[in-house]
Write a protein that binds this ligand. Structure first.
Ligand code: NAP
Length: 236
């Protein structure tokens, strides 16, 4: 479970632990996951914290090997780690473009590549956290939208590649969810955004965990290659 230290990732990690999973909680530094690990262990023993930059291919391979050895296998991979570096395209630096693609898109590929074999053995599940912006686009987020559209395309491709081994690969595309990531948006812009959501409110991390629960639980056994939009109607 990447990006498990806070926000949406923490909510999904805790939900997985409530369902009986031993959760490997991954963030940039293991200590950032201390609270999540404690909350997961309160539900099911065996959660552990790991630190890695998801964009580092070799380090991700090593980490997935360690997780398998320490937690005794791999049944579910959730790629949730993500960043924004928003700017209108003409002002966006090459570094801001590359970094968002490296973390959000390549990070997701790194983990799927490293975890594919063990997940084929367990007929496991993969869930990628994309964004509704990967479907609709958004001014000032060309890098982020491209990374999330890439995640959606990669989800569909991997679903086709791994279906024969019983692995379901899906994505969730959240809309505007209350986390540290959206706390950066200024109050005026946040109000305008809220006004454009048909359900009239910002979503919660728990509501994304509800969707993850469905896709990763028994109800999701015949669902693969899909992107479940959870956005209060924002993209309608
Ligand atoms: P958040 O609160 O900013 O948390 C981001 C998480 O990603 C943290 O756990 C962070 O770890 C981790 N992370 C960032 N860069 C990393 C890297 N290079 N290597 C390893 N871990 C890294 O974000 P959030 O709002 O919960 O978003 C989670 C996911 O949902 C993201 O993919 C985001 O794009 C997507 N999403 C969010 C929204 C929204 O409205 N919030 C909407 C659509 C999609 P550290 O604590 O160590 O930094």
């Amino acid at each position: 479970m990447t990006g498990a230290s806070r926000g949406i990732g923490r909510a999904i990690a805790e939900r997985l632990a409530q369902r009986g999973a031993k959760v490997a909680c991954v963030a940039t530094r293991a200590e950032n996951c201390a609270d999540t690990v404690a909350a997961c262990n309160a539900a099911t023993d065996g959660a552990a914290a790991y630190g890695v930059d998801v964009s580092d291919h070799a380090a991700v391979n090593e980490l997935v090997k360690n997780v398998q050895a320490e937690l005794g296998g791999l049944d579910i991979l959730v790629n949730n780690a993500g960043i924004t570096r928003d700017q209108l395209m003409l002002r966006m630096s090459e570094d801001d473009f590359d970094r968002v693609i490296d973390v959000n898109l390549k990070g997701c590929w790194n983990f799927m590549r490293a975890a594919a074999r063990p997940l084929m053995k367990s007929s496991g599940r993969i869930l990628n956290i994309a964004s509704v912006v990967g479907i609709t686009g958004n001014a000032g987020q060309a890098n982020y939208a491209a990374s999330k559209a890439g995640v959606i395309g990669m989800t569909r491709s991997l679903a086709k590649e791994l279906a024969g081994r019983g692995v379901c690969v899906n994505a969730i595309a959240p809309g505007f969810i209350e986390t540290d990531m959206t706390a950066e948006i200024d109050a005026q812009a946040a109000d305008a955004l809220k006004g454009s959501i048909p359900l009239g409110r910002i979503g919660t991390a728990a509501e994304i965990a509800d969707a993850a629960d469905y896709l990763l639980g028994p109800g999701g056994a015949y669902v693969t290659g899909q992107t479940l939009v959870v956005d209060g109607g924002l993209s309608l």
